[in-house]
Ligand binder design. Structure first.
Ligand SMILES: Cc1cc2nc3c(=O)[nH]c(=O)nc-3n(C[C@H](O)[C@H](O)[C@H](O)COP(=O)(O)OP(=O)(O)OC[C@H]3O[C@@H](n4cnc5c(N)ncnc54)[C@H](O)[C@@H]3O)c2cc1C
Length: 385
């Protein structure tokens, strides 16, 4: 399918592919096995200016936006979804600063993020607050010109490795959805430590960790937007990042499809390659069709975001749900096409299948996002253009 990329977008895609093929692909099995955070690959991405893509030019970025970011995420994920997630989660952690940071906060953080020297993370989830974000208990009590944060965040991607954290905490528990605020908290702030590091089914190169706040004091100037905007910032951030999860799923499925096609061409059974068997051909055709449909939806969503549209909740949810469900099916079918070999670690598809699952869970489970899509659909009067 031709997506008519600009010269700059083509360049970004080829830079990301080079890093992915030369620096990530050779070590992906080891990173997965050892559950090792891919610092060397992060440095390679930084050297290729991949962290600059979606940062505005005045903060030392390339000002390219969400679509170009998705192209890079897709290429990285084609090689390793775990490594790609470290990169995509950095975008998730940066979106709140881009959307709600004041000039001083942007000047302080964005150039370092653009250079790739500082990673970011976004911290909402707690043990009692997953799909129901309103159940968070982490609180931030105002004391003069400071806030004192107490509580524990769970399952935070890039936790422990990132330097900059957007943390959602209650500033007024009596105010319901207007009672939360978003804080920028730097690694190393007294009272901010890291707890349990999760051992995961897939995306094992990425770090998933608890953040522990015990009387952690942050200055008032670290509030994003203003007090009470925590849940608005959360929703807008997730709306903006779900196309990236879709791109991650598309890249993962692309890697699985390519592996399945190559294997089907060379694997001989009954005196001919299994690619001559129509049942296998139909599986490959379905994989390719669904993959391309997901890619088109992800790209269209990213372009909608880049257009400056005000509301893209529905598009973001659709892209994330459709692409992640597709990636789960395509990676599972890739394992099936490789037969017993697909189940072994000698081939990458078993890792891809394990890596695919999380995309149906985080950034809003696919059930919760189906609720969101239906709500948007039913709320609208009349048909959409
Ligand atoms: C590897 C990993 C990385 C993560 N990274 C981050 C991160 O960087 N930052 C962060 O803040 N969080 C992060 N999360 C948390 C993630 O967003 C949550 O796990 C997710 O939102 C689901 O919450 P939960 O696990 O508590 O599941 P629950 O909310 O307990 O859901 C359990 C089941 O119930 C279903 N369910 C719940 N409510 C509804 C409903 N209303 N309608 C239909 N079905 C429903 C769910 O779909 C699911 O199947 C991460 C999680 C993982 C596993």
């Amino acid at each position: 399918m031709e997506y008519f990329l600009t010269e700059q977008q083509k360049l970004i895609k080829s830079l990301a592919r080079r890093v992915a093929e030369e620096r990530i692909l050779p070590v992906r099995a080891e990173l997965d096995e050892e559950e090792e955070f891919p610092w060397a690959a992060i440095k390679d991405m930084a050297n290729a200016d991949l962290f600059r893509i979606f940062i505005p030019e005045q903060y030392e970025g390339l000002g390219e936006g969400c679509f170009a970011l998705c192209l890079a995420v897709e290429e990285l994920s084609r090689a390793c979804a775990g490594v790609a997630l470290c990169y995509a989660a950095d975008a998730l952690g940066t979106i709140p600063i881009l959307l709600y940071g004041n000039e001083q906060q942007k000047q302080k953080y964005l150039p370092a993020i653009a250079s790739g020297t500082k990673l970011t993370a976004f911290a909402l989830t707690e043990s009692g607050a997953g799909s129901d974000a309103s159940a968070i208990r982490t609180n931030a009590a105002r004391q003069g010109e400071e806030y004192v944060i107490n509580g524990t965040k769970q399952f935070i991607t890039n936790g422990g490795e990132a330097e900059i954290y957007t943390v959602i905490a209650l500033t007024d528990p009596t105010k319901g959805s207007r009672g939360a605020s978003a804080f920028l908290v730097d690694k190393g702030t007294p009272g901010f430590t890291f707890g349990k590091k999760e051992k995961k089914m897939g995306i094992r190169a990425s770090a998933t960790r608890e953040l522990v706040f015990h009387n952690c004091r942050v200055p008032r100037e670290n509030v994003l937007g203003r007090e009470g905007l925590g849940f608005v910032i959360t929703m807008k951030t997730l709306d903006g990042s779900r196309a990236g999860v879709g791109a991650l799923a598309v890249g993962l499925a692309q890697g699985a499809l390519e592996t399945a096609v190559a294997y089907a061409r060379q694997r001989q059974q009954f005196g001919h390659p299994i690619s001559a068997i129509q049942a296998v051909q139909h599986m490959l055709a379905d994989m390719a069709m669904n993959l391309e449909a997901a890619r088109a939806l992800v790209y269209a969503t990213a372009k909608t975001i880049d257009s400056g549209a005000k509301n893209f909740t529905e598009e973001g949810a659709m892209a994330k749900v459709f692409a992640s469900d597709m990636a789960m099916r395509v990676t599972t079918d890739a394992v099936q096409i490789l037969g017993g070999a697909g189940y072994m670690k000698d081939y990458p598809v078993e890792k891809m299948m394990r890596d695919a699952k999380i995309n149906q869970i985080y950034e809003g489970t696919n059930q919760v996002l189906r609720n969101v899509i239906a709500l948007e659909l039913l709320r609208r009067k009349g048909l959409r253009e």
